[in-house]
Design a protein around this ligand. Structure first.
Ligand SMILES: Nc1ncnc2c1ncn2[C@@H]1O[C@H](COP(=O)(O)OP(=O)(O)OP(=O)(O)O)[C@@H](O)[C@H]1O
Ligand SMILES: [Mg+2]
Length: 444
């Protein structure tokens, strides 16, 4: 049942109960007033006629008759004059008041008092005086009808008022329901207007606050997803770039070995042939110079090859690749002590893991040599709890306050290599001074 119908029924019932109570009081009141009026009228008529009868008892009936006709109608009283054999010779005229109309019999039975009757005998006649409350009862009935009409009108008016009020009060609810449906359909920008009523206005404000919170939340989530996607994409890009760089290095190393190395060897051989065959001492000297330069160039080229791409990397031998690099570092930095501990490593290390670990060691050692002025550098690789762990620590001057400043890519590169394998890199100052770089590369 709708709220409007319930309110209408409530108002109708209240008005009906109120009208019924008023009607009940009205009936009680009418009964009392009818009795009082009838008794009073009857009393007056009886006293008057008793006086009449006493005065004119000895006189003839025509005088009484004449007096009765002059008296005419007495309210609420019927007067009948009968002769000796009971024939009515006079009957008071009917009341002209609301002539021709009577209250319904059930109503009259409800409010009319018991009729009062009095007989006055004189000479050969009888004067009958009887109360008749029909006019007073009709007055009461008319009042009751008017009351019923007022009640019906009040009921109609009350219900119309309730109907209009409820319609006006529930108008915001339709907008609220529509707003909720819109939100359910995904239109989170939906907002409700400022409604007139205090309750509806506070509901609208709460609705708008919730909608704003949902929208903010969704925006934040969308931004987080976009940021994650961007990060993912940039990681993939970094991994692709690194793999391309590795390919290029491998190719350049191969070219250096196969093309440049072979070419230099050919130049050197030709210079030696020239050296043996040339008769002119200055030509032999030039040939010797070419042969020596070619020999130095060959050594330099060969030294470059393992730097670009240590051959042990192709064999996926991480420890051997680091040992190869150490040979070069020790030669270049004779004052620095290098220590390497290669723990037990699984045989089946993937190329990506070997490459990432090697490049991280390479960058960490390069950083220690460049920035730390270290006297000692310790390198270790091992297999700890399902991950390849790489650690490089030095005894240098430690990290500067602004070591994360932009424009430096080594640490970031290490980080990206580790993250691409689901791992992480930690660069931090050591307790006793210097820096420790620790990378964890999960194998799963
Ligand atoms: N072992 C270390 N000791 C002291 N400071 C270090 C060490 N390793 C890194 N840093 C500091 O961290 C900074 C960032 O290192 P990162 O490798 O990212 O850049 P970079 O070495 O300066 O330049 P590049 O991009 O060529 O690697 C360095 O500039 C340096 O200040
Ligand atoms: Mg660096």
């Amino acid at each position: 049942m709708s709220m409007r119908l319930q309110l209408n029924l409530l108002v109708a019932s209240l008005i009906a109960v109120f009208t019924a109570v008023v009607l009940a009081f009205k009936v009680i009141d009418t009964r009392r007033s009818v009795r009082e009026e009838t008794e009073a009228a009857n009393k007056v008529a009886t006293q008057l006629l008793e006086y009449f009868v006493e005065t004119y008892a000895q006189t003839s009936r025509p005088i009484v008759l004449h007096s009765l006709e002059r008296l005419g109608r007495v309210r609420s009283t019927e007067i009948v004059l009968r002769d000796a054999d009971g024939t009515a010779v006079y009957h008071s005229p009917p009341s002209p008041y609301k002539a021709g109309r009577d209250a319904p019999a059930w109503y009259a039975a409800l409010v009319a008092p018991q009729p009062m009757r009095k007989e006055l005998r004189f000479a050969d006649s009888v004067l009958e005086i009887e109360s008749n409350a029909s006019r007073a009862v009709l007055d009461g009935w008319d009042d009751t009808l008017r009351l019923l009409q007022v009640g019906a009108f009040a009921m109609l008016l009350g219900n119309l008022l309730v109907f209009w009020l409820v319609r006006r009060m529930t108008r915001p609810f339709r907008s609220i329901v529509r707003g909720l449906e819109d939100m359910q359909a995904g239109a989170y920008h939906t907002r409700l207007p400022e409604f007139a009523g205090a309750e509806a206005a506070s509901i609208a404000r709460a609705f708008n606050r919730s909608a704003q919170a949902i929208e903010d939340n969704l925006d934040a989530r969308r931004e987080a997803i976009e940021a994650t996607l961007r990060l993912q994409q940039s990681r993939e890009l970094a991994a692709a770039v690194q793999s391309r760089v590795e390919d290029e290095r491998r190719q350049i190393a191969r070219e250096l070995h196969d093309e440049t190395g072979q070419g230099i060897t050919a130049i050197r051989s030709l210079a030696q042939v020239l050296l043996q065959r040339a008769g002119d001492p200055s030509a032999r000297e030039a040939a010797q110079l070419i042969a020596d330069t070619a020999a130095r160039l060959y050594d330099a080229t060969h030294a470059l090859i393992p730097r670009l791409r240590p051959p042990s990397l192709d064999a996926r031998d991480l420890a051997a690749a680091i040992e190869d690099a150490l040979v070069a570092w020790r030669r270049e930095q004779p004052r620095v002590t290098f220590a390497f501990a290669g723990g037990d490593l699984p045989e089946s290390l993937g190329e990506n893991h070997v490459l990432a670990a090697y490049r991280i060691v390479q960058e960490a050692v390069t950083n220690a040599l460049r920035h730390a002025q270290a006297q000692r550098i310790d390198i270790s690789v091992g297999f700890v709890e399902g991950a390849l762990e790489v650690e490089v620590s030095d005894d240098g001057r430690g990290l500067a306050a602004d070591w994360r400043r932009p424009g430096h890519y080594g640490v970031r590169g290490m980080d990206e290599r580790a993250q691409a394998l689901g791992g992480a890199v930690e660069v931090a100052d050591r307790d006793g001074g210097g820096v420790r770089v620790r990378a964890r590369l999960p194998l799963a």
